[in-house]
Design a protein around this ligand. Structure first.
Ligand code: C5P
Length: 348
C-alpha cells in the first residue's frame, strides 16, 4: 500500500484508511489466581469469528471518535474510547508529536460488553490503520506489543485465527487448527462488565473454598494455602494453581472435527457470568437441546456461543434459539477469521 516512503508524512492524505477486525470467542478460558496487579493469569484458546467491526482513520486537527451501528450510543466517543487510546499509544511509541491527531470512525457490528472483545477489536483496528496512515511501518509483532498496553485482548484481534493466549491473554502462540467451524452467537440484552465477572469468579471460588470444612483452629485461608481445601482441581480458590492448556482440545482442533471440539469447550468465567445473569442458563440449555455440539458463554459474557455441525445446522440453531425467545438475536458466523486487516487505503 506504499505509504512508507520517507516523504509520506508530507503528502496530503485526505482519504481514510479502513480496517476490518473480527470478534473472538474463547474455546478454552482457564483462569488462574488473581495477581497483585488485579489481573488473572490465563490459559486461553482464542478463536476469531466472522463478525466484524470496521474502523476508518484520517488526519484531523484534533482527535475525535464517531461511532455508528450496533450499540453506538453506549460507546464512549471521548478520549476514553479504546480506539482513541490505541492511536495515542501508537503515536507515543513512535515519539510522534506532530500530526498525530486523527478522526476515527467506527462502524460497529460487534455488540458492546458482550464477551466478544469488541472494544479491543476497535483498538487493534486503530493501530493497523494509524500504522498505515502515518507510514510508520511497524510489524504486526510490534503492533501487538503496543496493543498489549491498551487491552489484554488487543494482540489477538491483530493476529486472528486460532491461538493460545497466556499471561493476561496478551502472550500468543498460533494454534494448529484445521477446518472451518460454524457457530451461532446468541446475543443477550444488556452487557456484562468484564472486571465484575472476574470479581464474581473470585467471590464464587472464595465461597466454595470457605465452605470446605477445615479443622478447628485452622483458618480457611491457611487451609487453602496449604492446598487442603481448594488447592486442587480447576475450580480452586484465589490461590488456584496455574491453569493448563487442554491437550485434548488442541488435538481436536488439529483434527478439524467439530464433534470432537464441541464437548471440550470450557470457560472458567461461565459460572460467574451465569451467577450475574441467570437467564443465560436457559439459552445454553436450549442450544444443547437443539443439537449444538457445544454451548458456552463467550469470554466474560453475556453472549453465548453454540458450535454447529455445519452451515445448515447453524441456520437451524439460529432460528431455534431466536424463536425460543432465549436471546435478543442470533447470528451465524464462521471461524477462524483473519485478524485486523486493511480493506481500503486509497491515496488522494
Ligand atoms: O485488559 P483489559 O482492559 O481488557 O481487562 C479488563 C479487565 O478485565 C481488567 O481490568 C481486569 O479486571 C479483568 N481481567 C483480568 N484478568 C485478565 C484480563 C482481564 O482480571 N487476564
Amino acid at each position: 500500500m506504499g505509504r512508507t516512503c520517507g516523504t509520506a508524512y508530507d503528502w496530503l492524505i485526505v482519504t481514510p484508511v479502513t480496517v476490518r477486525v473480527p470478534a473472538k470467542v474463547n474455546l478454552q478460558l482457564s483462569v488462574g489466581p488473581r495477581r497483585d496487579d488485579g489481573y488473572h493469569d490465563l490459559i486461553t484458546v482464542f478463536h476469531a469469528v466472522s463478525l466484524f467491526d470496521e474502523v476508518s482513520v484520517r488526519p484531523a486537527e484534533r482527535t475525535s471518535v464517531r461511532v455508528t451501528g450496533q450499540d453506538a450510543a453506549s460507546i464512549p466517543s471521548s478520549r476514553a474510547n479504546l480506539a482513541a487510546r490505541a492511536a495515542r499509544a501508537l503515536a507515543a511509541s513512535l515519539r510522534r508529536r506532530e500530526k498525530s491527531a486523527v478522526q476515527i470512525e467506527i462502524r460497529k457490528r460487534i455488540p458492546v460488553s458482550a464477551g466478544l472483545a469488541g472494544g479491543s477489536a476497535d483498538a487493534a483496528a486503530a493501530l493497523v490503520a494509524c500504522n498505515e496512515l502515518w507510514g510508520a511501518g511497524l510489524s504486526q509483532a510490534e503492533l501487538r506489543e503496543v496493543g498489549a498496553g491498551v487491552g489484554s485482548d488487543v494482540p489477538f484481534a491483530l493476529l486472528g485465527g486460532t491461538a493460545v493466549g497466556q499471561g493476561r491473554g496478551e502472550r500468543l502462540t498460533p494454534a494448529l487448527a484445521t477446518g472451518t467451524y460454524h457457530w451461532v452467537l446468541a446475543f443477550a440484552s444488556g452487557g456484562l462488565s468484564t472486571p465484575e465477572v472476574y470479581a464474581a469468579c473470585d467471590r464464587l471460588r472464595e465461597a466454595r473454598a470457605d465452605a470446605v470444612e477445615v479443622p478447628a483452629g485452622v483458618t480457611a485461608g491457611a487451609a487453602r494455602a496449604a492446598g487442603t481445601a481448594a488447592g486442587a482441581g480447576t475450580s480452586a480458590g484465589p490461590e488456584a494453581p496455574n491453569p493448563t492448556l487442554s491437550t485434548e482440545l488442541m488435538a481436536a482442533l488439529r483434527s478439524g472435527d467439530p464433534a470432537a471440539v464441541g464437548p471440550l469447550l470450557s470457560n472458567d468465567l461461565q459460572a460467574a457470568a451465569v451467577s450475574l445473569r441467570p437467564d443465560l442458563r436457559r439459552a445454553l440449555t436450549e442450544g444443547l437441546e437443539l443439537g449444538a455440539l457445544g454451548a458456552i458463554v463467550s469470554g466474560s459474557g453475556p453472549t453465548c456461543a453454540f458450535l454447529a455441525a455445519n452451515a445448515r445446522h447453524a441456520r437451524e440453531l439460529a432460528v431455534g434459539l431466536t424463536s425460543a425467545g432465549v436471546c435478543r438475536g442470533a447470528v451465524r458466523v464462521q471461524g477462524p477469521a483473519g485478524g485486523a486487516a486493511i480493506i481500503a487505503a486509497d491515496r488522494a
